[in-house]
Design a protein around this ligand. Structure first.
Ligand code: AMP
Length: 473
């Protein structure tokens, strides 16, 4: 039996069964380190990002410890909140809650998720029925506490997940208030991508002699990600993107842009090019974001065009490729972006399109990665796609490019360039993608997509589900 086999943990049968059903064989490093510590009742301060398996790392031992309270009674009083998991964004909360449901499916432990932007009533009804595990974003949880829908005086376990992001968003006062409602005698787990001085202060205030666990070094990129930097004039970027997608037979990808306007514009332009693209940015409503995410997960959309802030809340596993349509303003975002591909040993492709004005931004990425980046020229296909016009310059353009330029011009007149800062208090973090069996022709992507699951009650399925989350079946 391998050192990291789940069977080593002696998890209770209902949990072991759920884990086996999900296809997990060995523990990820954060699981191997954190699960025994949490089972032993210690507080944990963990440096781990999404995608490392940290949800199971805290959920499984908490569920195991809560099994002693498991009961089939219908009385709400028999199902008080015992574990509280706080996350910065609705998407993260929803995704963690889905995972908790899967891990606990063979137990009588109940779980629920509450986050803003949705009607309080169904959440209230669920809380009133009684839940042992409550996953929540801080603001909405406070609403429920004030409305006396959530009673937290029997909480034994608290997880502050993505704690750095919660502080970035300005949730510290909310967290302090929530924590003040909880019993002092409890286990507290804090996970954060980095241990900034603020995070350390938070840990000092609320954790007791935590075991510190670090599994991923910050500022490194996975060796399984093939990284390319192509020199591409700004106006040719879309063409370059289309070509690489076609040549590499890429079935799904994230396309990162630096601004909300650029995001919307690019998604529209790609749609005009006949690709299935959807924009994900901070001006989209909650409903639109969930729909876009759902469509991507189900394989109905091939390119998810996103800003950094919008992408951070998305737990999408193993995308075959990530495009940096714009070189990120913040070099750390380069790491986050390409961390969405090449997960768990799978190979991934990260392509950055570098235009002549991007030298300084590329230099920032080089500084962070501590290596010189090779900027390659991009050889364009000989054949020019149909519908192109020769505009008298050396390059051939499609009509769509003209529309695109006109749109950009109009936007520039209306609004100055977007700031790089992540001002949207919403999303946050890295990801993974679908390995479709064959890189079916890009154009033929209307064909049936592979099946998978992960449809939340909050994300209504419309058609058959795609393969993105196979690992979790
Ligand atoms: P997380 O970092 O918790 O968001 O998990 C990332 C993904 O890895 C999720 O899809 C999990 O279902 C999956 N996962 C977690 N633990 C394991 C494991 N031990 N083996 C395989 N997949 C896992």
């Amino acid at each position: 039996m391998s050192e990291s086999a789940f069977s080593k943990l002696n998890l209770a049968e209902p949990l072991a069964r759920a884990v086996a059903e999900m296809g997990y064989e060995s523990m990820t490093p954060i699981q191997a380190q954190a699960i025994p510590v949490v089972l032993a009742g210690r507080d944990v301060m963990g440096a781990a990002q999404t995608g490392t398996g940290k949800t199971a790392a805290f959920s499984l031992p908490l569920l195991q410890r809560m099994l002693k309270h498991e009961n089939a009674s219908t009385s709400p009083a028999r199902h008080p909140v015992r574990a509280l998991v706080l996350l910065p964004t609705r998407e993260l909360a929803d995704q963690v809650a889905q995972q908790v449901k899967l891990y606990s499916k063979y137990t009588n432990l109940r779980s629920a998720v509450v986050f803003g932007g949705m009607d309080m009533k169904p959440q209230t009804a669920e809380l009133k029925r009684g839940v042992e595990v409550l996953v929540a974003t801080p603001g909405r949880l406070l609403d429920h506490i004030e409305a006396k829908n959530a009673v937290l005086n029997q909480v034994e376990y608290v997880v502050l997940d993505e704690a750095d992001r919660m502080l970035d968003i300005g949730f510290l006062p909310d967290l302090q208030r929530i924590l003040s409602y909880l019993p002092k005698q409890r286990t507290t787990l804090l996970f954060s991508a980095t241990f900034s001085p603020e995070i350390k202060r938070l840990a000092n205030s609320y954790l007791q002699e935590p075991v510190v666990i670090e599994v991923s070094k910050p500022n490194t990129t996975a060796s399984t990600v093939e990284q390319h930097f192509f020199s591409v004039p700004e106006d040719d970027k879309r063409r370059a993107l289309r070509q690489i997608v076609r040549q590499r037979g890429i079935t799904q990808a994230f396309v990162f842009v630096n601004s909300k306007l650029g995001c919307a514009r690019l998604a529209r332009a790609l749609e005009r090019d006949g690709l299935k693209a959807v924009a994900m940015h901070g001006d989209k409503s909650q409903d639109e974001r969930l729909k876009a995410l759902d469509a991507f997960k189900r394989g109905e959309v091939d390119l998810l065009v996103a800003t950094d802030v919008a992408a951070r809340g998305l737990d999408i596993k193993d995308v075959p490729a990530v495009f940096n349509f714009d070189v990120p303003f913040n070099p750390e975002d380069y790491i986050h972006r390409i961390g969405r591909t090449g997960r768990a040993g799978a190979s991934g492709l990260a392509v950055t399109l570098v235009s002549p004005g991007d030298n300084r931004l590329v230099a920032d990425v080089e500084k962070l990665l501590k290596r010189k980046l090779e900027i390659e020229p991009l050889e364009y296909d000989e054949d020019r796609p149909r519908g192109r016009i020769n505009d008298g310059r050396r390059t051939w353009r499609q009509q769509g490019d003209e529309d695109d330029r006109r749109e950009r011009y109009e936007e520039r007149r209306r609004e100055p360039r977007q700031a790089a800062a992540s001002a949207d208090p919403f999303f946050d973090q890295p990801y993974q993608a679908p390995q479709r069996e064959e890189a079916a022709a890009w154009e033929a992507s209307t064909a049936a997509k592979p099946a998978g699951n992960r449809i939340s009650a909050n994300i209504k399925p419309k058609r058959k589900v795609a393969a993105l989350f196979k690992a979790e079946q």
